[in-house]
Write a protein that binds this ligand. Structure first.
Ligand code: CMC
Length: 427
């Protein structure tokens, strides 16, 4: 027998269906709440509200579990590559070797960017933040690809996926080339996706460039760890914008803006800036720990805490191990790392952080590893965006295929009640 939930309001009892997910998560379906009772629910920050049913990612914050389409993040990061995981996240199944090869070939068909996009990027000042530029360029892709995708048509949707995967990677690296004053680079269709990322960023016309395979492998793993994270701020944004039937590029452009914030993806940059500041001010990590605990100080320990992970962030565990390996292989000896280690050790035994279940999150270690890989600090969040792209595409596609209604929350109005207009002379 299916479960129901009973609500009592003003002496009346109402019954609502209860939905149980694959992993036994329980949700009260309040779709008919307002029409039945006249009341709505209020939940700032959506801490208790599900916005959709989704088959893409399972996350258990208490147990520290993350799975894409049923596969554990540990197995995927250990065995698959980024495009393979992207295919899984977007289309629901691991690709066969042939499907994966075809996917890579089809992505390559779209790697050339309209030369007129260069005029747009030229309009930005050199010191513009790459995330702002990336959001604008992604939106601008709409102008060069105005035909909207028919989501019901599998072939059209597949082409849109390949096009987005191809063009987003190239324009993401262009934001860096612009900031450095380097000529914009082109994708090399004879090379792999992640290797191309390194080439697009760092290859100069003045000499040959060979991407370091250790760095390419580490980045591949980092992208996998970021590929999706269910209904986080940027993904919810992508679904929300897409729910108005705005196109894929426009929706992803909004997702980039949401990701930019320091409480979300922007935290990886903020972590490094925080570590640099601690180093500049004498390297006293404990002083910053005290600042983070002081309720009169707005400072937060960046890279700590998570809305849903209240045990540990499984991505952080994998990255920490990868960071140790990469740093050892590359022989990196960075004093910033000692500060990071000290902060981590102290926070993990500090009553404030322990009682609030604040553990290092993915961004604490990703910033450290990106720095070791030679990625400039203000590109860190752009890398998060490249990794998250398959998740955004998959969630947008799912939302449209499921014909979800336009996202339109309600509110409880707390402003003035009706009042008479007051003319200027009486104000
Ligand atoms: N440093 C110090 N105190 C903190 C921190 C922190 N990083 N994070 C949370 N707290 C405290 C907060 O002050 C509150 O204390 P109290 O109960 O005494 O008022 C308590 O912990 C709960 O915090 P909250 O703000 O209600 O938690 P939230 O779930 O709304 O916020 C968060 C989650 C990630 C926004 C927050 O932990 C934070 O700001 N962390 C730093 C930014 C960061 O690293 N973000 C990256 C998240 S992982 C990447 C991603 O997926 O986006």
């Amino acid at each position: 027998m299916s479960k129901t939930a009973i609500l009592e309001l003003d002496g009346n009892k109402y019954e609502f269906p209860v939905i149980v997910g694959t992993e036994n998560e329980v949700a009260i379906d309040i779709d008919k709440l307002r029409s039945a009772t006249g009341a709505i629910t209020i939940d700032p920050g959506y801490k208790n509200s599900g916005s959709c049913k989704s088959e893409i990612t399972f996350l258990d914050g208490e147990e520290g579990i993350l799975r894409y389409r049923g596969y554990s993040i540990e197995q995927l990061a250990g065995n698959a590559n980024f495009l393979e995981v992207s295919y899984l996240v977007i289309f629901g199944e691991l690709p066969t070797a042939k499907q994966l090869e075809q996917f890579e070939t089809d992505i390559r068909k779209y790697t050339l960017i309209n030369e007129e996009m260069k005029n747009i990027i030229d309009g930005f000042p050199k010191n513009a933040h790459p995330m702002g530029v990336l959001s604008c360029l992604t939106s601008a892709l709409t102008a060069f690809n105005p035909k909207s995708v028919n989501v019901e048509n599998e072939k059209e949707m597949y082409e849109a996926v390949c096009k987005t995967m191809a063009k987003f990677l190239v324009i993401a690296t262009w934001t860096y080339r612009k900031s450095m004053g380097y000529p914009l680079n082109y994708y090399d269709n004879t090379k792999g996706y992640v290797e191309n990322f390194m080439r697009l960023m760092f290859e100069l016309p003045t000499g040959p460039y060979a991407a370091n395979p250790t760095i390419v492998a580490a980045l591949d793993k980092l992208f996998i760890l970021h590929a999706d994270h269910e209904q986080n701020c940027s993904t919810s944004t992508v679904r929300m914008v897409g729910s108005s039937h705005a196109g894929l590029f426009a929706s992803i452009s909004a997702g980039v803006s949401a990701l930019w914030g320091p409480l979300h993806g922007g935290a990886n940059q903020a972590v490094l800036e925080m570590l640099e500041e601690i180093q500049k001010n004498g390297g006293d990590a404990d002083k910053y720990l005290e600042k983070a605990k002081d309720k009169n100080d707005p400072f937060r320990l960046m890279g700590f805490g998570h809305r849903v992970y209240k045990n540990f962030d499984p991505r952080a565990k994998i990255i920490k191990k990868a960071a140790d390996e990469v740093l050892a292989t590359l022989g990196v000896n960075d004093p910033i790392l000692n500060i990071a280690k000290k902060l981590e050790e102290s926070a993990l035994v500090d009553e404030y952080f322990v009682s609030r279940k604040l553990y290092p999150n993915v961004d604490f270690y990703s910033g450290i590893i990106y720095r070791a890989l030679g990625i400039p600090t203000d590109m860190f969040t752009v890398l998060f965006a490249i990794g998250r792209l398959p998740g955004w595409i998959a969630q947008w596609k799912e939302m449209r295929v499921n014909k979800e209604p336009i996202g339109r929350p309600r509110q409880v109005y707390t402003g003035p009640a009706l009042r008479e207009f007051v003319p200027f002379e009486k104000r």
